[in-house]
Design a protein around this ligand. Sequence first.
Ligand code: ASP
Length: 344
Amino acid sequence: MKNTSILLIYTGGTIGMKQDPETFALRPFDFSQILEEVPELRKFGCTIDTYSFNPVIDSSDVDTAFWVNLALLIKNNYTKYDGFVVLHGTDTMSFSASAMSFMLENLEKPVVFTGSQLPIGMLRTDGKENLISSIEIAAAKGADGRPMVPEVCICFESYLYRGNRTTKYNAENFRAFRSANYPVLAEAGIHIKYNKSFIRYPQVWGKELIVHTNLDPSVVIVKVIPGMTRETLKALTTIPGCRAILLETYGSGNAPSGEWFTDVIREAVENGKIVLNITQCHAGSVDMKAYSTGITLLKAGVVSGADSTTEAAVAKLFFLLGQYSDNKSIIENLQKNMRGEISE
Ligand code: ASP
């Protein structure tokens, strides 16, 4: 780890929060206190520099401007550091990690997101272990001297996941994240065991990092529910300014078979909206050819989101809508596995 340098970026979240003695509510506190809480960081053989967002935020306040700031911060420090650790609230960590995966094209260095369920100052905190493992992973290099995990990932409770495959699935348990459709990239036991065959390595090393900062959040999520009416569907799919609809369907991509449903969706497509179909299930993939209700959607112009998480689909749509004005290019790219976010 000698000669390795890591930039530790604090954005906010529980990991750096403190209990207000009067209200008992958790509030963000100064980043310098994180270093006081984890003197172990000084024992690392590598250089750890720190950067704190100002103000720090609860991750419920994350927006596209925050993502642009974070991406630019990584870009501006890219040549100076071997890896980046981003301390972030868990609530929207999967959204932010997904967004970074699309915004940072040709990434060849680790960007490891982590946080905790309990503040780092608490006795039973999960924050220390998460932080220490994340730094070790961000600093790890293979025998060829290249980074072990040159991806945007999330390190949480002994597991390293591809960021754009994760979902926060537990609000209380220390194991807060899951990656149902993709294996873990590494597991931290006595040693950190890397599953190299699942890690995405560049085909050709040495490409220049391209940072995309044009994001368009004109996306509406429509979650199909039993009893949904034509009026509700129509209202949601005709929201002014919306360019894409993320349709969260049942099972392998199914929706009500009534003509009214397909008619409203077809109308949305004819009116220039992109309709992307992902499943409400936590694992598995959309396959619109499996049932006749799915085939009807396919015929209406709906695009399959395959086994994408909601978080990755949202980030990919923001990214592609920001890159292209024509739907053809957006649809073409939606069907491509761009950053390991869908299975081929
Ligand atoms: N509300 C906090 C946040 O996402 C929760 C956490 O950090 O775990 O910022």
